[in-house]
Design a protein around this ligand. Structure first.
Ligand SMILES: C[S@@+](CC[C@H](N)C(=O)[O-])C[C@H]1O[C@@H](n2cnc3c(N)ncnc32)[C@H](O)[C@@H]1O
Length: 238
């Protein structure tokens, strides 16, 4: 039928069967062990018009576990916003650990900064107000950085994930991890394109292409974890 009206779907960040199930996970597993400064940071971020951009608390919980599993000390973060994932990392890595954190926007980082300072972990963070490319390129130009990072987290600028990937694989140690957020893009990756609202389509396209690229990259082992908005964990193999 030519004039059939298509249902336009607006993907949600939550990917589980029901909001109640997600709430159950948060209340039974995540919130009981979430450090106080992270609760405070979530509360401060909640009133921000773009609060939904913050890394989901369940995804943050997994990040802590991954950081501990690889004994991460030297890490990179692309996309800081108010700093939930950054503070997660800073609270998890050892006292002499270091995070290179890049974001275009200083104002949003400054929303979370007082909480980061109060938590006593600011000394682990080197925040750089910048596009991601110059940050990664500069790291690659500096001696001793190639093959030296334990962990990277990418949560900005989906269109360039594939470009960041090439640089990050050079910076990571063999055995190191890079985690990409939003790799299910609100579930839209599995919806027919013409059923997806226009504003979601560009990133949906790039995320689908990126997921294909990761699946065919023999330099890494991957796991697409369906929590938060989809997080792909990649381990550098060679
Ligand atoms: C989804 S938010 C990051 C959320 C953060 N990980 C958290 O837990 O709250 C994305 C951030 O990436 C930043 N950003 C967007 N494009 C960027 C780019 N090309 N280079 C660096 N940062 C960028 C935005 O300013 C925004 O703060």
């Amino acid at each position: 039928m030519e004039n059939e009206t298509k249902e336009v779907l607006s993907p949600n960040k939550g990917l589980l069967q029901s909001p109640e199930l997600y709430q159950y996970i948060l209340e039974s597993s995540v919130y009981p062990n979430e450090p106080e400064p992270l609760k405070e940071l979530r509360a401060v971020t909640a009133s921000h018009p773009r609060a939904l951009m913050g890394t989901a608390p369940d995804a943050g919980q997994m990040m802590s576990m991954l950081l501990q599993l690889v004994n991460a000390k030297k890490t990179i973060e692309i996309g800081v916003f108010t700093g939930y994932s950054l503070l997660r990392t800073a609270l998890t890595i050892p006292d002499d650990g270091k995070i290179i954190a890049g974001d275009l926007n200083l104002d949003t980082y400054e929303i979370g900064l007082p909480i980061i300072k109060k938590a006593g972990v600011e000394h682990k963070i080197n925040f750089i107000q910048s596009e991601a490319f110059p940050v990664l390129n500069k790291l690659l130009e500096t001696s001793n950085n190639e093959g030296s990072f334990d962990f990277a987290y990418v949560d900005a600028d989906k269109i360039n994930y594939h470009n960041y990937h090439e640089r990050l694989l050079k910076l990571l140690k063999v055995g190191g991890l890079v985690v990409y957020d939003n790799t299910l893009w609100g579930g839209s990756v599995a919806m027919p394109e013409d059923h997806v609202a226009e504003k979601w389509r560009t990133n949906r396209h790039w995320i689908i292409e990126f997921n294909k690229l990761l699946a065919s990259d023999s330099r890494i082992q991957i796991c697409l974890a369906p929590l938060g908005d989809g997080m792909t964990i990649c381990k550098r193999l060679i």
